[in-house]
Write a protein that binds this ligand. Structure first.
Ligand SMILES: [Zn+2]
Ligand SMILES: [Zn+2]
Length: 309
């Protein structure tokens, strides 16, 4: 079969490889790209197996054995570690990562598969993977009605749609006018920077300086939910004053549980999350290397890799 194989940083080759082996084989119909794929392509990632390796972690397709349409979740928790036993599978210490969506077929454990609701197209279903992380991030937050979001990439916009659907007032800050316009389409106010303080703030960029900005945008007694992962080895400098005198609370959020994935699929199918806003161009496997290299900026869109084209 054809697959995109990472041979090292910035060395991505589309080539013929043996079919994958595993519990269930899924014929890929759509694999969406995200910032993590760009990181993986550019300088590797801690969850990648040794080179050469397959990647692509937002994958939807059809089970080769039953013909059922499924989303392939990118991880299966061990079920045995301390966080798993405490019901926090998203921070499992020994997860099995399921990568390889940028290929004609992917092998997955049965536990990674989620049925796609009828009528939801494959490219939208693939987005349930990142959306599940947004669903989990909202669970980690409070029910405050006054919300600020730092970052208008796909994650910031997914958070926006979940929060505005709950009737909350959302202000989203992003330097790109196109992304502010996307936030406005989703019912938020798009601004260049958060110039007032909010009861609840989400950081959806993943840089030390934006973590600092998010902490600075929280009102006294507020909660900051940190969604974006900073590069490993980075350090964040925070003003200790508000943390202490204003009892600011910083909450990390990571990944998702299987239940979050099912909730995300429902939110996509019932229109809570207008996924077309984020839907970018459909490309072939051969076009993937150039797409990952393309400069970011402009509207927040996800490429859809369809290995059949
Ligand atoms: Zn992703
Ligand atoms: Zn575990």
């Amino acid at each position: 079969m054809r697959a995109a194989i990472l041979h090292g940083p910035k060395d991505l080759r589309v080539q013929d490889v043996p079919d994958p082996e595993g519990e269930v084989i899924v014929e890929v119909e759509a694999a969406t790209t995200c910032g993590t794929d760009v990181k993986m392509w550019r300088h590797g990632h801690r969850v990648l197996p040794p080179y050469p390796c397959r990647f692509g972690h937002e994958t939807a397709g059809v089970r080769a054995d039953t013909g059922e349409r499924v989303l392939v979740s990118d991880s299966v928790a061990c079920g045995a570690c301390e966080p798993c036993r405490a019901g926090r599978e998203q921070i499992c210490r020994e997860p099995t990562w399921v990568l390889g969506g940028f290929a004609e077929r992917i092998a997955a454990p049965r536990a990674a598969l989620h049925r796609i609701p009828d009528g939801l197209p494959a490219p939208a279903a693939a987005m349930a993977e990142p959306l599940a992380a947004a669903v989990h991030a909202v669970d980690r937050a409070t029910d405050a009605t006054d919300v600020g979001i730092v970052g208008g990439g796909p994650m910031g916009l997914m958070l926006t749609s979940l929060l505005t659907a709950q009737g909350r007032s959302v202000m989203l800050a992003d330097p790109h006018a196109e992304r502010r316009a996307q936030a406005a389409e989703l019912g938020a106010r798009g601004v260049e920077r958060l110039d007032q303080r909010h009861e609840l703030v989400f950081e959806a960029v993943g840089r030390p300086e934006t973590w600092r900005i998010a902490a600075g945008a929280a009102a006294p007694g507020g909660v900051v939910v940190l969604v974006g992962g900073c590069p490993s080895g980075s350090e964040v400098v925070l003003d200790p004053g508000p943390l202490h005198y204003e009892e600011l609370e910083l909450r990390g959020t990571f990944h998702h549980s299987p239940a979050d994935v099912d909730r995300a699929l429902i939110a996509l199918a019932d229109g809570t999350v207008p996924w077309r806003t984020l839907l970018g161009e459909t490309i072939s496997l051969a076009e993937l290397p150039a797409a990952l290299e393309a400069p970011t900026g402009g509207p927040a869109k996800k490429w859809v890799v369809d290995p059949r084209v």
